[in-house]
Design a binder for this molecule. Sequence first.
Ligand code: CIR
Length: 253
Amino acid sequence: MHFTHAITRIPADTVASGLTTANIGQPDPQKTRAQFRDYVDILHRLGLTVTTLPPAPAYPDAHFVEDTAVMMPELAVITHPGAPSRQGEVDTIAPLVSRFRPIVTMSASANMDGGDVLMIDKHFFVGLTSRTNQAGVDEFAAAIRPHGYKLTVVEVTDGLHLKSIVNYVGKNTLILSQDYAGHPAFDGYNQLILAKEEEYAGNTLWINDTLITPSGYPDTLAKLKTLGLPIIETDTSEIRKMDGGLTCMSLRF
Ligand code: CIR
């Protein structure tokens, strides 16, 4: 897996009207955009070409572009997001994604959020969650079938998305919440187990053997350091107020 591009979207002034379970206060649009800009700067520094879409005020969660598509070398699957308020986001993502990849578009009877899809080389892990249903898994499986990917479905009963509980951090290693440590789906990977109070920081982003991690989570940082990879910390405190993290704010390919 080597990423050369990313797609992002500027957070809108309506950001505080999005979906959230966080209960840690309302985000400020200016501060949210400042944290978003820092994030895009990091992607640039890592050598990625970043295409940034304008804000979509009618869709307050639309800067969480990860949920609208799943990118792979051969194609992109345009999802049908599980939250009704987010389903229209795909209309502005699909034309852009189709400039880079052939697209397969999910039907309205299937639900999937890209935050439920973790790709590690030729292996997809897909979370069954409140946002991704079996029909979503089935349509996704049909789209990737010709391309030789392995697919493992993981039932996620707590947490918003699969990538709220597990992420790939390079060197054949996963970072994951205690509840999923030792889960048979993840056999064969080394595991860094998150402290309960730092589960949010598990949403660490691996880009070409550099790790981007939220600042303010010392136990997680110490665990990540054991990998010996370069680490960039960045403040996501405003993003977190809307249940967002580092993987959510880009499509990488
Ligand atoms: C939502 O609930 O859909 C947004 N407020 C947060 C989405 C976060 N996306 C992600 O983790 N991939």
